[in-house]
Design a protein around this ligand. Sequence first.
Ligand code: MF3
Ligand code: CO
Length: 251
Amino acid sequence: MAVSIKSAREIQLMREAGKILCEVHNQLEDFVKPGISTLEIDQYGEKLIRKYNCIPSFLNYEGYPASICVSVNDEVVHGIPTKQRILKDGDIVSLDAGVIYEGYHSDAARTHLIGKCSLEAQRLVEVTKQSFFEGIKYAKEGNRLFDISNAIADYVESYGYGIVQDLVGHGVGRKLHEDPQIPNYRQSRRGMRLKAGMTLAIEPMINAGGYEVVWLDDDWTVVTEDGSLSAHYENTVLITEGEPEILSLVE
Ligand code: MF3
Ligand code: CO
């Protein structure tokens, strides 16, 4: 497993890619509301990405047909936007996006509450986001990769939620998916040593019910097997000798 260490120049480009992606997500957050279609979200997101002179990382990636993955309620990830799917009050919607800036990718996801959601939905979304922050407490040089995984897993399991196992986080940089793979569930080993200059997409995918997921016939959309709600939160993170730098989350 060859994990790339980014140079100062590459880090600067990834910082820019992350900042742009953060801006795209902030504008998408303001855009999502009851009555809009998942296709409109994709079209607006693509327009924003291109406005910043970036390329949508996901468009045509292994044949994926859109720029933004839009996953509603029991859809875990990789939902395909359509004009028929209209957001309604009480839905939760996960938006996953990536941008390429000067040849470097950033990758991030947020889950939004649409209108007035159940307390159960609110809690799932909050715990999923917080699990990312629990994980990155360990994201620094000298610690090990699965310290991150285990911190996420311990936190999520304390709420009794299901942790998706069939999809994992990953290195990110010149390619959208680089080594290493980053599970969100408990590992018995501590994994490889983290080094300054690694750039990682850490992305817990958490189900209100069981951890099991299935793929729909479109070959993309992943849904919970038991029909329970699912949330996703992701950022591109730079490992340093001290605190991690969350490249896709900036003021
Ligand atoms: N964040 C997702 C991932 O890391 C994005 C990939 S979606 C795809 O797998 F459509 F591009 F495949
Ligand atoms: Co990712």
